[in-house]
Ligand binder design. Structure first.
Ligand SMILES: *Cc1c(COP(=O)(O)O)cnc(C)c1O
Length: 252
């Protein structure tokens, strides 16, 4: 057996073990919170990693991939175009000039953060003949410490624009709290996002679940450091990179 084959096998084995471990912890946290583990979806955050490595993760069972850069994701998706049944999620800030490529590349956008971006995405969906693009509004609950996402005060207007649009479906909310060494300190941020979701849901402002089960007020929150806490606070989507793929190489 060649060296390459052996390496491929051990990469596959390592990814399978880590995915299983993350799923086990998801189940454990769900049970602790009195929730069904089926309510929590795992996004494997594959940003920075190469297509071959991601391909192994798909073979090991990853079905939802999270990326934070449009161009990078677009190139990787092209390389992995023969893998079916995989959904690509944009979880990083979306610049207006990358919006068209984002519409062409992603199945879900978690980082909708302005009214203007919502209007632009709607128009681009029309031009690209994309009938229903599911979006989550990213809410900035961390103030100065995070500075990514829409402020709570802007949420209503964005919801309104998405609801008025022809091609966008409002699937849920997303947040990225400031980093804390002690994950429990992220809890108030997760709780606040859930309250905002509950208010919108009480007014029937979310789209129904789509064919993949996404919609109806998803809460996209929690990463390697704090996903257990996020699940206790109601997360329906966790975005986990490091615990699956290992520490990311530094990029600049
Ligand atoms: C990178 C990233 C993640 C995953 O982070 P890990 O700590 O590697 O699990 C989750 N969400 C967003 C928005 C990210 O940019």
């Amino acid at each position: 057996m060649s060296q390459t084959t052996l390496e491929t096998i051990s990469i596959h084995a390592a990814l399978s073990v880590r995915l299983a471990e993350v799923r086990r912890r998801i189940a454990q946290s769900s049970e602790r919170a009195g929730r069904s583990p089926d309510e929590v979806r795992l996004i494997a955050v594959s940003k920075v990693h190469g297509a071959a490595f991601i391909d192994e993760a798909i073979r090991a069972g990853a079905r939802d991939l999270g990326e934070n850069r449009v161009q990078e994701a677009s190139e990787k998706r092209e390389l992995l175009k023969n893998t079916s049944g995989v959904r690509w999620h944009l979880i990083g800030h979306l610049q207006a000039n990358k919006a068209r490529r984002a519409v062409q590349t992603f199945d879900y956008i978690h980082s909708l953060d302005s009214d203007a971006l919502a209007a632009r995405l709607d128009r681009l969906c029309k031009e690209e003949k994309r009938r229903a693009l599911s979006v989550l509004i990213q809410v900035d609950l961390g103030g100065e410490a995070t500075k990514t996402g829409a402020h709570e005060g802007e949420l209503r207007a964005i919801v309104h624009t998405v609801r008025q649009s022809e091609n966008l479906r409002l699937a849920g909310l997303m947040t990225l709290p400031p980093f804390f060494d002690d994950a429990a300190r992220a809890r108030p941020f997760f709780r606040r996002l859930r309250e905002l979701r509950d208010e919108l849901r009480a007014q029937n402002l979310f789209a129904e679940k789509d064919e993949h089960g996404f919609g109806d007020g998803e809460l996209s929150m929690g990463m390697t450091q704090d996903y257990a806490v996020a699940i206790e606070e109601g997360a329906t989507i966790v975005r986990v990179g490091t615990a699956i793929f290992g520490v990311r190489p530094k990029t600049n």
